[in-house]
Design a protein around this ligand. Structure first.
Ligand code: IMP
Ligand code: MG
Length: 197
């Protein structure tokens, strides 16, 4: 009989690298972002003049965009947040979207803007849009900081887009690689060679 009581060892977890962001190319500077976010805020203020709106942010990526956008909107606004299953630790999406946190307050009869960091394949926002429409808001629009139209798998467009960008993986201004880099002030290109697939 074997006397070996050792636990079989798991294969080592793949090593993720978080290189220093200061060497990564800036795609959109903090100044460019601030200017554009103010423009969108002004546009939303015009579109909803005399009305109040509910901004629903998609956690965690949209938190920073929502906080800047909200402060450049002149009409009355309340906040809510939803969370969905995301890219997790790697950069490749499973394609499946699951609600992790629902809205706290009813939105029936209200003017709602879903606020997202990036519209990529469109899976997240088309899922959320369907879900929110079930609550019968008076209107539902989408605001996204970035749009990567080349990557779309399902047909969905945003009503307010800060920037359309080519198919690059980006970090900063709320956007992460494996939960890192969200607090960078500029949006930077994450080097392909550093990403684990
Ligand atoms: P979609 O469901 O493919 O449209 O995915 C949207 C989500 O994917 C975004 O909210 C981001 O969290 C994530 N994502 C897509 N592209 C990037 C990127 O370049 N950097 C960081 N996150 C990204
Ligand atoms: Mg996100």
């Amino acid at each position: 009989m074997s006397t070996d009581t050792s636990v079989p060892s798991k294969p080592p977890a793949p090593q993720l690298h978080f290189p220093d962001a200061s060497g990564m190319q800036i795609l959109l500077s903090r100044e460019q972002i601030a200017t554009r976010v103010s423009e969108i805020g002004a546009q939303i203020s015009r579109d909803y003049q005399g009305q109040s709106i509910v901004l629903i942010g998609v956690l965690k990526g949209a938190a920073i965009f929502l906080s800047d956008l909200a402060r450049s909107i002149q009409v009355d606004a309340t906040f809510d947040f939803v969370a969905v299953s995301s890219y997790g630790r790697a950069r490749v999406s499973s394609g499946a979207v699951k609600l992790i946190k629902d809205i706290d307050d009813p939105i029936e009869g209200k003017h709602v803007i879903l606020v997202e960091d990036i519209l990529d394949t469109g899976l997240t926002l088309s899922y959320l849009r369907g879900l929110m429409l079930q609550h019968k808001p008076a209107s539902l629009k989408i605001a996204t900081c970035l749009d990567k139209p080349e990557r779309r798998l399902v047909p969905i467009e945003a009503d307010y887009i800060a920037f359309k960008i080519p198919n690059h993986f980006v970090i900063g201004y709320g956007m992460d690689y494996a939960e890192n880099y969200r607090n960078l002030q500029d949006i930077r290109l994450f080097p392909e060679e550093a990403a684990s697939h």
